[in-house]
Design a binder for this molecule. Structure first.
Ligand code: SIN
Ligand code: CO
Length: 426
């Protein structure tokens, strides 16, 4: 996990969030998460609550006309331009004469195959980080916690293009945004992959359902459902993907986080006798086998490790920091000519503020976590929760904030770092 600037410890038992304190009820402005109990075309006229109960992580759902009249968030040329940027993750997959090939971007326009060539696919990851229209599309899926939302990937394919029959370990909404794609899916148990290929392709694919998706149609797949989507003519598909870190990843990252916290605590324990933090062996006899690991060493270190303790607060603090950490490729764009604090306050009081689309802001009962940094919620609760859930604050709301110089100073710092921007709209 990349190192972040020193995190401030959360003050235990400080702010509590009241159950009614959510912002979707107030929001008729389209920026709040979709209301859990209102049926929506997006989910085939199920409410988000019904969808989560019946389908999420359980079974696939085909939704015709999930977003009626939907246009692709990006044109083909805009997508190709993104694939040419260093900080954007892109892949090119071709399938010719029964051979799969995979290349990683960036791709200059003339490095992509001709549009006349059949069966190639360009995948562009994290489009929501670079394009406001893609980010707005992702907003529709915030009935799932942000902690689970990963990114919006867009695929472009020429006729016959696809990435082969495979399965994913994550939930995904496959939203058709341009042209047609034929999806076949199967709940098979045998998930053996073809050996020696540069991408995951199933050895035996046994589809049990098939649909042709047109713009606005969407297919939800829980993890481990085998699927294969083949373009019928040129097409574009958005994948709204979720993240679910493995137990191994969580364990190693948590232990790393805990080790850093323990080191901070030792550093802060001024004047304390820390000699007992270190291994010592006054009873060590002289040895004839110097290379042998002393049994006493193993026992003593085991005893030191057995004293390591953590509680739910440490777990929350780890998860908040870890899950709000931007991906390594993310670079924020500070304003070219930043407003000074006074002008920033004046502008923000009129136009409001919004989180930059690359910013990740999560919170729990004690703390908030912005781009990997932890801060206590106490004193900031009235606005941080709203900024996190709506990803914006109105000018009117900002005025109430501007009475607290420490808050506006903090917001000005975030603005200078490119973490927030002036203006509610992007
Ligand atoms: C694609 O959009 O071509 C592939 C998406 C997927 O199968 O997960
Ligand atoms: Co897939």
């Amino acid at each position: 996990m990349p190192k972040r600037p020193n995190a401030q410890p959360a003050s235990p038992g400080s702010a509590r969030i009241h159950p009614h304190q959510t912002f979707q009820a107030e929001a008729s402005d389209g920026f709040a998460a979709p209301a859990p109990d209102v049926p929506t075309a997006l989910l085939g006229n199920l409410s988000p609550a019904q969808f989560m109960r019946r389908y999420w992580q359980k079974k696939p759902l085909l939704i015709r006309g999930a977003i009626p009249g939907l246009a692709a968030p990006l044109t083909r040329d805009e997508l190709f331009a993104l694939a040419d940027r260093d900080e954007v993750e892109s892949r090119l997959i071709t399938h010719a004469r029964n051979k799969w090939a995979l290349e990683h971007g960036p791709f200059a326009r003339d490095e992509l195959p001709s549009l006349k060539q059949r069966a190639w696919t360009l995948l562009v990851q994290g489009v929501d980080l670079h394009d406001e229209r893609a980010r707005m599309l992702l907003e529709r899926f915030r009935f799932v916690p942000d902690a689970r939302l990963d990114d919006l990937m867009i695929s472009f394919a020429t006729d016959g293009g696809g990435v082969g029959p495979h399965f994913d370990s994550y939930d995904v909404f496959l939203l058709q945004v341009h042209g047609k794609r034929r999806w076949r899916i199967g709940a098979q148990r045998d998930l053996t992959l073809e050996p020696g290929l540069p991408l995951k392709v199933l050895q035996h694919f046994e589809p049990d359902a098939e649909w042709l998706l047109e713009p606005g149609d969407m297919l939800y797949l829980p993890p481990h459902i085998a699927h294969d989507g083949i373009a019928e003519g040129e097409c574009m598909t958005c994948s709204i993907g979720f993240r679910a870190p493995s137990a191994t990843e969580l364990t190693s990252q948590f232990l790393y986080h805990l080790a850093e916290k323990l080191a901070e605590r030792v550093d802060n324990a001024q004047g304390a006798n820390v000699s007992d933090q270190r291994y010592c062996d006054p009873q060590q006899p002289a040895v004839t086998r110097p290379a042998q690991l002393p049994a006493a060493l193993v026992q003593k270190v085991g005893a030191i490790l057995a004293k390591v303790r953590w509680d739910d607060g440490d777990v929350a603090s780890f998860l908040g920091a870890y899950l709000s950490e931007p991906k390594p490729s993310v670079v924020f764009d500070p304003p070219r000519r930043a407003l000074d604090e006074v002008r920033f306050i004046r502008q923000a009081s009129k136009a409001g503020i919004r989180l930059d689309r690359k910013s990740l802001l999560l919170y729990d009962e004690r703390a908030y976590y912005l781009n990997g940094e932890e801060n206590p919620l106490a004193g900031a609760k009235t606005w941080v929760l709203e900024l996190a859930d709506r990803r914006r604050l109105s000018g009117k709301r900002f005025v109430t904030l501007s009475r607290h110089p420490s808050m506006t100073a903090r917001l000005h710092e975030w603005y200078c770092a490119g973490w927030i921007q002036v203006g509610e709209l992007g």
